[in-house]
Unconditional design. Structure first.
Length: 161
């Protein structure tokens, strides 16, 4: 299923590590952008869902786009909703974007047999099946819980994530 919320678990952990230098909102947006192609392919009834968007080149291109549009969109939303936050930097936007697209590539590469992240250089699926899907899902949930807890403590202490 495209747009899995499980991808957000590692994002929460990265937010806990990066603090103001990492945008969780842009991370989330990059996840959606990555899965637009599989969504379209599902709607078309295609047998291969993960194409060029799920290659290293595609992830880098989508990361660049997500970083460029993520800062102005996220800053606008945060201001409009009056959500307290650290100053929103380009560095945080691009960190969220590229961590988002590259982690997406890794996570999907572990569980989808139609993933070929090194195309056009190789048709290999280098990490497919390296971790059972159930363990992958549990790891994503655990990272989300841990990262979320750290972010909540920071919010409680200083009022900003």
């Amino acid at each position: 299923m495209p747009f899995t919320p499980l991808h957000l678990g590692p994002g929460a952990a990265f937010k806990a590590l990066g603090g103001a230098r990492f945008s969780f909102m842009v991370f989330g947006g990059s996840q959606v952008l990555m899965d637009l192609e599989p969504m379209v392919q599902m709607l078309r009834g295609a047998s291969v869902l993960h194409g060029s968007s799920h290659t290293l080149g595609g992830a880098l291109a989508i990361g660049a786009l997500a970083g460029a549009i993520g800062r102005p969109i996220s800053a606008f939303v945060l201001e409009r909703l009056r959500i307290p936050h650290h100053p929103f930097t380009w560095r945080a936007s691009f960190a969220g974007a590229f961590v988002g697209t590259l982690s997406h590539l890794l996570l999907d590469g572990l569980m989808h047999p139609d993933m070929h992240p090194l195309r056009p250089l190789s048709d290999a699926a280098p990490w497919f099946g390296a971790l059972p899907v159930g363990a992958l899902h549990l790891a994503c949930l655990a990272l989300g819980a841990l990262g979320g807890a750290v972010v909540c403590v920071r919010l409680w202490v200083d009022g900003k994530a």
